[in-house]
Ligand binder design. Structure first.
Ligand code: C5P
Length: 236
């Protein structure tokens, strides 16, 4: 994939309800952040124009729409995301190898496909119930799906900071890890069960860190980004 660097990249989640709020945040952060995540709420409310507006501000976009459909549909959705200018997009790994492979083909050279293995909202019992089996070992399923994603040519996967060390140990740099749920030491966890500090996530092998409320709910978002960047820069 083009444009990949060795330096961990910081992505701020635009978990807001309108393009107006999203652009206000992008302008407030200015040079402190040049990479933003657009999820299904903002995209469904505002459509592709919000992504174009942020790209026009000179920023990169991670389109987190978690595609999960037949391969042909996902290929064309990924092609549309790439032509919109997204640098990263997500699919569900449980859509299978052919679907992930189709996403990679549609996304092309300039847009990386990240696979979501098991949603962090699912535990062993609810995953087993969803898939019609007795209790499943969530970590085993995460590993299995990470392997499916890599074999299908995925750029990387989304995982928590807790899973990142073992996945990085198993797959090395062949699978870029994107870690959400980042909090500065002592920061409020909000509703996240598995948070990581920026430093811990990078030591665990993260290539991309997604920052949500740690930055967006901070009294000083620019200063918070500077603290995150300084912490990440200290990791050898
Ligand atoms: O505010 P906070 O840092 O908790 O936000 C994290 C962002 O990362 C949100 O946009 C959330 O939807 C996303 N995310 C997550 N856990 C995942 C995948 C995505 O928190 N497993």
């Amino acid at each position: 994939m083009a444009g990949v660097t060795d330096v961990p990249e910081l992505i701020v989640a635009l978990d807001v309800a309108s393009a107006r709020e999203a652009l206000a945040l992008v302008r407030r952060l200015g040079d402190a952040c040049r990479f933003y995540k657009i999820g299904s709420e903002l995209f469904t409310r505002e459509g592709p124009s919000v992504a174009r507006a942020i790209i026009d501000e000179g920023c990169d976009i991670f389109l987190d729409l978690k595609f999960h459909d037949i391969p042909n549909t996902v290929r064309e959705a990924a092609r549309a995301a790439a032509s919109l200018g997204a640098r990263l997009l997500t699919v569900h790994a449980s859509g299978g190898a052919a679907m992930i492979d189709a996403a990679v083909e549609g996304a092309g050279h300039d847009c990386g496909v990240l696979a979501v293995t098991v949603l962090t909202s699912l535990d062993a019992a609810s995953l087993g119930a969803a898939w019609g089996r007795d209790q499943l070992d969530v970590e085993k399923e995460v590993f299995r799906l990470a392997g499916v994603a890599r074999a299908a040519g995925s750029h990387g996967i989304v995982c928590s900071g807790r899973e990142a060390p073992s996945i990085h140990a198993a797959f090395g740099d062949s699978l870029a890890l994107l870690v959400p749920g980042i909090r500065l030491a002592g920061g409020e966890a909000h509703d996240q069960a598995r948070t990581s500090t920026p430093g811990a996530a990078v030591r665990a092998g993260a290539r991309y860190l997604v920052l949500g409320r740690a930055v967006t709910a901070a009294a000083d978002p620019v200063g918070t980004m500077a603290r995150v960047r300084a912490e990440v820069a200290l990791i050898p």
